[in-house]
Design a protein around this ligand. Structure first.
Ligand code: F0G
Length: 351
């Protein structure tokens, strides 16, 4: 049977009944790539796999949750959906709302959204409202709108989002044939770490698989869970995870405790360096926030945290094409030449 999206694939694990009509863009089924070159580069004793969620239809993992949340919103006869976002949720909500024929409203922190993500929300037809505040302010306003109106919230505080996102764990378990020993991912609003852990636990209880340790990474300037306190003015180059008061804070801590994992911080320069290393060694262009999973892995490797028996999956949450500005800042610009064969050959510097 041809692939028809995460709802049809994992219906038995989702809160829908047979006969549901999924709003889908055929999300999921993303590559899990064994990163041998990266392993050599980092001198890692363990196996490393990269789950490239940038291959989803709108370029991020949000699509897994959005197909479920929007399908449910349609089922409830909603006319409109709303979200606060650092960019990817808004792109995904806008796309799935377009597919479903719903109006999407998105509330964004002004000036802090990567250019590609903003373009996506707009071209998919969302009504975009920028506020002079951060993501946490936007989410507060969205929660209040959810209470006062019939507009359905499609942030990860909507449990259907988490249900959809847990399908990434299922894909990893199916591809590897067993659980990895560790799962590393960036943490922003903390919905995704919650979703992965839920997925791993549900699979374990049905199929008796083992469980990974969850490794969460926050950007140094936006690390409320690591520091155990709300950050009023979060900052980081990884704008996707520029969040000071995550909605799923408690659930993330639960995932970390239950799995005997850990939350840690990575600096902006470690994030950008990891982004370049992933691209150069593995041919995968992920966005800065996504690279936190590998930046964090690298720091743990330096502390000799892993053994030769370990299998680590890092989720690369979003596509680097969404944020070309940040990527271009750190790399060598192109060479230039006159339109002449000899000049070009000269620059090619072949022996
Ligand atoms: N990576 C990317 C690329 C993201 O866009 C996000 C969150 C995360 C990681 C963190 O995931 O929030 O579940 O802990 N982006 C949200 C948004 C907040 O609005 O697009 P999380």
């Amino acid at each position: 049977m041809s692939y028809s999206g995460v709802i049809n694939k994992y219906l038995e694990y989702l809160p829908f009944t047979e006969g549901v009509r999924p709003v889908t863009l055929l999300e999921g089924n993303t590559p899990l790539i064994e990163a041998d070159n990266l392993r050599d580069e980092l001198k890692a004793p363990c196996k490393i796999f990269l789950k490239f969620e940038g291959a989803n239809p709108t370029g991020s993992f949000k699509d897994r949750g959005m197909t479920v949340a929007i399908t449910e919103a349609v089922h409830r006869n909603a006319e409109a959906v709303i979200c606060a976002s650092t960019g990817n949720t808004s792109a995904s909500a806008a796309a799935y709302a377009a597919k479903a024929g719903l109006q999407a409203f998105v509330i964004l922190p002004k000036g802090k959204i990567a250019v590609g993500k903003l373009a996506q929300a707009l071209i998919y037809g969302a009504k975009v409202i920028e506020i002079d505040g951060n993501f946490d302010d936007a989410l507060r306003i969205v929660r209040e709108i959810g209470e006062k109106t019939n507009v359905v919230i499609v942030n990860s505080i909507n449990p259907f989002r988490i249900e959809g996102q847990k399908t990434a764990s299922f894909e990893i378990l199916e591809t590897l044939g067993s659980s990895p020993t560790h799962h590393s991912l960036p943490v922003g609003n903390a919905g995704n770490i919650t979703a992965y852990w839920k997925g791993y636990k549900e699979w374990a209880s049905k199929k008796h698989s083992s469980l990974p340790k969850m490794l969460g990474f926050q950007a140094e300037g936006s690390a409320p869970i690591f520091h155990g306190k709300i950050i009023e003015h979060p900052e980081t180059v990884a704008t996707a995870i520029r969040i000071g008061n995550p909605a799923s804070w408690k659930l993330a801590v639960q995932a970390l405790d239950e799995s005997k994992g850990q939350i840690n911080i990575v600096t902006d320069s470690e994030i950008l360096e990891a982004q370049r290393v992933i691209a150069r060694t593995e041919g995968i262009f992920c966005e800065p926030a996504s690279a936190s999973s590998v930046a964090g892995l690298r720091n743990l490797l330096n502390k000799r945290y892993f053994t030769g028996k370990d299998v680590v999956v890092c989720t690369l949450t979003g596509n680097g094409l969404k944020d070309p500005d940040t990527a271009s800042r750190g790399i060598t610009p192109p060479l230039t030449a006159a339109p002449s064969l000899s000049e070009v050959l000269n620059l090619m510097n072949l022996n």
